[in-house]
Structure formats: C-alpha cells, structure tokens
Design a protein around this ligand. Structure first.
Ligand code: MN
Length: 317
C-alpha cells in the first residue's frame, strides 16, 4: 500500500526497535538515507541499526566509522532506496514478506513492503530529509553529511539530468549546517584508488560502439577485478563514463558477477528511456539510469542488450 511522508513518519514513530536495510553494494544514496534515518531515530530515543549484505565502498566507510550498533530484535523493518527485494543481496529470501516500510525513489519499485513511500526524486536522501523534518527532529551535522552524500551521489555531484532546484536547495541547507562539501566532493568524486585506475585501463580496452556510435558498451570481467584488485563498489565512474562519449545516446556496462551471471547498467542521455531498455530484460530503474541482471554467455547477454537498445533507438531490425 502506498503512503505519504506524513504516514511514513507516523509508522516510524510506532516502532521502538527499528532495523534499516540497504541494497547490496550500497552506494552514497543508500548509505546517506540509511544513516541519516538511523541518527534521527536515535534522537527520538529508539533503538536502530543499519544492515547491508555488502560492505560500503572505501570512500563511504567514513559514514559508519564511529558507529557501534546495539543488538536487538526488530519490531519494525524498513528498506531504503531498495527497488526490489532481490536487491537486498543473496539473503533476500530471509526478508520475504517481512519488510514493514519502504522509502524509495525508483519508479520501478515492486512494492514488496507492507507500506511504500515512493517519490520520483533525484535521490532517496531527499525523501529522508523530508521524513526527518516530519518527525520533528533537527538535522544535525552527521545527518547533514549523510543527506549531502546521498544527493551528491545520485546526481553525479549535481550534474545529471535528474538534478532539480530542490536537490540543490537541500544540499545548500546541509552546507548551512556546517558540513565541508568540498572535502566530501574531493573524497567521493575526485579521488581514485590505484586499483581502480588499473581496472579502468583494462575496461577501456573493451569499449564497443554500435548503431552509428550512438551506443557505447563496456565489459568488466571477474578476471579484470582479480588483475586490478579493484572492488565492485568502485565501478560507478565507469558506468557514468559510458554515456559521456560525444554523440552517445545510450551507454551500458556489462559486469560479470561472482556466480557467472551478468549485471547490466544502462545510462541514457536526453529523452531515451533507460528503464524501458532494462524492463525488456526483466530490470528497471530510472529514466536515465537503470539496470538488470541476465544469465547466459557474455555473447548472448550482449546480443539481448543490443536488441533492446536497437528497439529503443527506433532502428528497424
Ligand atoms: Mn538512490
């Protein structure tokens, strides 16, 4: 059932021991949402903890660094920025039918939770900002850092087409709380690990251009991860790079997963709909940023992806 921010805040108020779940390989928005909400609930005197299947990326660990969670049996389970239960990770079945609340900004949300608060915002952290205000909790420095990290991540540091004036107003509000936005931006957007640079070099060799150079595809194999020592959680800049090539309307990254299947990230420019491209392949997401997962050989996966992209580009088969 769909609920609004007021009802979402009300349901949170009813819980005492609240477990917050993030998707696997949590990104800045997932971390921002979860930890800002956690901090707000603590302010209300509730027990809370954040849980995720994977460790956050190296450049996001500072958020959780000083936090020690208490142990408790949850009476309320909340998922934030999680479009589909399966995105919780390999143990997703443990939570089947058990998610009470979901706060999310993916229009493809499968409404797996009892109550879903869904808006089409640039970052889910914008919604958490609203909820914290609805709860009547004052946003402190830590929450401000979390929310800033969230909105900055999902807007590519305020450059992606999903960025709205409201996103920037929220970021400005967080800066007024005294956060060092420059420091956070440097860590998140201007710093690469050496292992990532090695991975980038290998991945650049895989670039393929299709459909009169309007489509760019990069491939990342397990071997490349092994060779470079880079982590999966570091791959976001490669995904972003796929649509940065001049004239490219759709960029995609095909990433081999540990179980041999493939994770596909699709990014589009302008009016081309990435969610439509991924929906045909069983996935979904946002208009300019979506994803899906496919089994089979790399060649078969690439062929299926190209077919869907071809259709989106309106090319006759
Ligand atoms: Mn998000």
């Amino acid at each position: 059932m769909r609920i609004n921010k007021k009802e979402f805040a009300e349901k949170l108020r009813q819980g005492d021991n609240i477990l917050i779940l993030m998707h696997e390989q949590p990104d800045g928005d997932a971390m921002g949402c979860a930890y800002a909400l956690y901090a707000a609930l603590k302010k209300l005197g509730k027990k809370s903890r954040v849980s995720s299947f994977d460790e956050p990326a190296h450049n996001l660990r500072f958020i959780a660094a000083d936090i020690e969670f208490e142990k408790f049996e949850p009476d309320l389970i909340v998922a934030v920025d999680v479009a589909d239960l399966k995105l919780l990770g390999d143990n997703w079945r443990d939570y089947e039918g058990k998610i009470d609340l979901c706060l999310d900004h993916h229009v493809s949300n499968t409404e797996y939770a009892r109550y879903t608060f869904l808006e089409d915002t640039a970052a889910a952290s914008e919604m958490v900002y609203d909820v914290i205000r609805e709860l009547g909790v004052e946003i402190d420095h830590f929450m401000a850092v979390c929310i800033y990290v969230g909105v900055a991540t999902d807007t590519g540091c305020f450059r992606y087409p999903n960025t709205t004036s409201r996103t920037i107003r929220i970021a400005a509000d967080m800066m007024d709380k005294g956060i060092d936005a420059q420091d956070i931006n440097k860590l998140m957007f201007e710093t690469k690990t050496k292992s990532f640079v090695k991975l980038e070099k290998l991945v650049n060799e895989t670039l393929e251009l299709h459909f009169d150079d309007r489509c760019a595809i990069y491939t990342i194999t397990r071997k490349m991860f092994e060779k470079s020592g880079a982590l999966e959680s570091e791959c976001h800049p490669i995904t972003a790079a796929s649509r940065q090539i001049e004239g490219v309307l759709v960029g995609a990254v095909i990433k081999e997963q540990k179980d041999g299947s493939f994770n596909i990230s699709v990014r589009t420019n302008g009016s081309l709909n990435a969610a439509d491209i991924c929906a045909e392949l069983g996935g979904g997401g946002h208009k300019n940023a979506s994803g899906c997962e496919l089994g089979g050989t790399l060649a078969a996966v690439k062929a299926a992806l190209l077919k869907s992209i071809e259709r989106a580009l309106g090319i006759e088969a």
